[in-house]
Design a protein around this ligand. Structure first.
Ligand code: GLA
Ligand code: ZN
Length: 669
């Protein structure tokens, strides 16, 4: 696959505009020493480059771009539209947002523009166009960075009006809308499009972020995601008129709930994202986020931001231990990144990010631990441009990740408040992660035929086409894993009558009659055929088999002896149905069976606790071997005797990796 970049971009957000000019030269010297070759500039400079409605001033940005060009940088040029200038909010108050409680905001903070304000749209498009006109032919612009971390919501009158238009387009008639939202409930029937009210705390919102009408609220999320996406497209199209070559992106945020990233990725040339694990985030979780970001376009991605060491906005902002940033960076590349970029290159002196780590810290020198680690990585990455860009990750297992389902599941009022989406995806992902079985995170309309195993955790919402696609996948020999809370509602959040899992009932060979919710202190158990008992909780589905084989039954309560885990032979394939949240030992047992049925293999055998992934080219495989465990672990025998791309030396037999050690081992095909 051809990459978007000729070398691994190494750099990050750089705000020289916050510093006097003498500092700029010093920055260049220090960055050169660390082999930094890229800078993301102009992320929050709207007030600087458009100081008044009628006036643009690019003189400082020109100087920054010239300086970086002289230094042979690959420049990532941002459009600055993620924080409004004060003059704009003062003159046009409609550009700022109205929040969920209905309060219209004043000037302040960032990510604060109403996506449906025609004034904001006009100014943002004009700014992107001016920037593209000025810098679009500059060959040093390696990538355009539109806005910054799109997100949040607006509940203003402009949004309400735009929502009505969006709904008219979607539903055509009020009858269809009334039916989709089930508005007979509580007599909420609408007789005029103007009667539609957006769902917030003043209307259908319930305590705890829940809603009286999930149909309306899910549509509002779809609409907000589409509204911001059209902001993005508008800026992108302005840029494209002047620059037909450089890739255009906006930085995403992993499993961020608010935007349907699969839909977004279709409009982006390359996916980029910001990775900020907490001190206690499991490495498997970060790996999953990378696989999701890679999955959005099924292609390598950019790591737009990570901190060299410390955070400021988490509760406890621990330092990264020696070696940790390097290991985190290699994990990112291992899962498909072609760039390593930091937030930020020089630490701010004031405002809320002054405690956020940077390549140059407040000490202002390169004589720091953090800098030495950044430099070491820079020297290594310079050599590794022969590994990535250009190689790709392959997988035979897919886990479905679907934003509509995410929203719908978390809006449900019942059966349990603990039914959160990402936790379940991670639970299943972890099984594969721990065994080094590569996984793609895939959309609901993926080409399932590419996979041997498809896992669909808590697939509450079944959208049009899914039944057919999953049926044909299993018929042709695929192994499908379904769990509790599956097949309950359609895309408008109305239940499929006739027993869960609705359209997947025949495929699963079971039907679910009731769903019990267990509080955290309650548990049941599942009993496998050989008598093994493991604990389960969260929800227990009371189901009946209709052709499926029973693998395990409940151990207690009035439904003891009822099926809890089943397996159905369908066509050439199998469908596993896991009716309760089984603890790890039991889950692994079921997953082992599914993986054996599908003959899915780990990327390498004998990994023994190491994280190992593989990026491939036509001629060779690059094995990324990482140790995130506290104890030393041996490199698997199968990989010894081959070249480590980092050191340029052969990996000797019996080689041990200590915590945070990394090897990138090249094996010819
Ligand atoms: C986000 C933003 C950056 C910066 C960092 C700090 O990712 O995009 O501008 O605020 O957080 O972690
Ligand atoms: Zn609005």
């Amino acid at each position: 696959m051809k990459s978007q970049f000729k070398r691994i971009l190494y750099g990050g957000d750089y705000n020289p505009n916050q510093w006097p000019r003498e500092i700029w030269e010093e920055d260049m010297r220090i960055f050169r020493n660390a082999r930094i070759n890229s800078a993301t500039v102009n992320v929050f400079s709207w007030a600087k480059i458009q100081p008044a409605e009628e006036r643009y001033d690019f003189s400082e940005l020109d100087d920054i771009v010239d300086m970086l060009s002289r230094e042979n940088y690959d420049i990532v040029l941002a459009t600055s539209t993620a924080a409004l200038p004060a003059w704009m909010v003062k003159r046009y108050p409609e550009v700022s947002r109205t929040d969920y409680e209905g309060r219209h905001h004043k000037f302040g903070q960032r990510h604060n523009a109403c996506p449906n304000s025609p004034v904001y749209q006009r100014f943002a498009a004009a700014l992107a166009e001016k920037l593209a006109e000025r810098y679009g032919k500059n060959g040093r612009i390696a990538c355009w960075h539109v806005n910054n971390e799109y997100g949040g919501e607006c509940y203003c009158e402009n949004c309400e009006k735009a929502f009505r238009i969006w709904l008219r387009k979607k539903y055509k008639t009020l009858e269809a809308l009334n039916q989709a939202w089930n508005l007979e409930f509580w007599g909420h029937t609408i007789y005029d499009w103007d009667e539609i009210v957006l769902p917030n705390a003043l209307s259908e919102g319930l305590q705890g972020g829940k809603t009286a009408f999930a149909g309306i609220s899910i549509d509002y999320r779809r609409f907000m995601s589409d509204s911001m996406l059209s902001n993005y497209r508008m800026e992108r199209d302005s840029i494209r008129r002047f620059d037909t070559e450089a890739p255009i992106t906006t930085n995403l945020m992993g499993t961020y709930k608010g935007l349907d990233y699969f839909k977004w990725a279709k409009e982006m040339d390359v996916v980029s994202w910001d990775n900020y694990p907490r001190y206690d985030t499991p490495w498997s979780y970060t790996a999953m986020c990378h696989d999701l970001m890679r999955g959005l376009k099924d292609a390598p991605f950019m790591l737009m931001e990570q901190t060299p060491s410390q955070q400021n906005w988490q509760q406890y902002n621990s330092l990264k231990k020696p070696g940790q940033m390097r290991a985190q960076s290699y994990q990112t590349i291992a899962h498909g990144a072609d760039t390593i970029q930091f937030f930020q290159l020089r630490r701010s002196a004031g405002a809320c990010e002054k405690f956020h780590g940077a390549v140059i810290e407040h000490a202002g020198t390169d004589n720091t631990r953090v800098f030495r680690e950044v430099r070491q990585l820079g020297l290594e990455l310079e050599r590794l441009s022969a590994v990535t860009p250009g190689s790709v990750n392959e997988a035979e297992t897919g886990i479905i990740f679907d934003w509509d389902n995410y929203w719908a599941l978390e809006y449900t009022s019942g059966p349990s408040v603990d039914l959160t989406y990402v936790k379940h995806i991670h639970q299943y992902y972890t099984y594969f992660y721990e065994r080094n079985i590569p996984v793609n995170l895939i959309p609901f309309d993926a080409d399932f035929s590419r996979y041997k195993v498809v896992v669909a955790p808590v697939l509450y919402m079944i959208k049009e086409g899914m039944k057919e696609a999953l049926t044909s996948f299993v018929e042709k020999g695929g192994v499908l894993i379904l769990t509790y809370m599956c097949g309950i509602a359609d895309q408008s959040d109305n239940v499929f009558p006739g027993g869960y899992p609705g359209p997947l009932r025949e495929l699963a060979g079971v039907w679910v009659e009731e769903v019990d919710a267990l509080s955290p202190e309650q548990s049941n158990e599942v009993v496998f055929k050989d008598g093994t008992k493991v604990s389960c909780g969260l929800v227990c589905e009371l189901m009946h088999t209709e052709g499926a084989e029973i693998l395990a039954e409940y151990g207690s309560d009035f439904f003891a002896g009822c099926p809890a885990v089943t397996k159905n032979h369908f066509g050439e394939g199998f469908v596993y149905y896991i009716g309760t949240n089984v603890e790890e030992e039991g889950l692994s047992r079921v997953m082992d069976m599914a993986v054996a049925d599908a003959a899915v293999q780990p990327v390498i055998s004998g990994a023994g606790g190491l994280e190992i992934t593989c990026r491939e080219t036509d001629v060779c495989s690059f094995y990324f071997v990482l140790n995130f465990k506290d104890q030393e672990l041996p490199v698997p025998e199968e990989l010894t005797g081959y070249m480590d791309m980092i050191t340029g030396e052969k990996v000797p037999e019996g080689e041990m990796l200590s915590k945070y050690d990394v090897k990138i081992i090249r094996v010819e095909k």
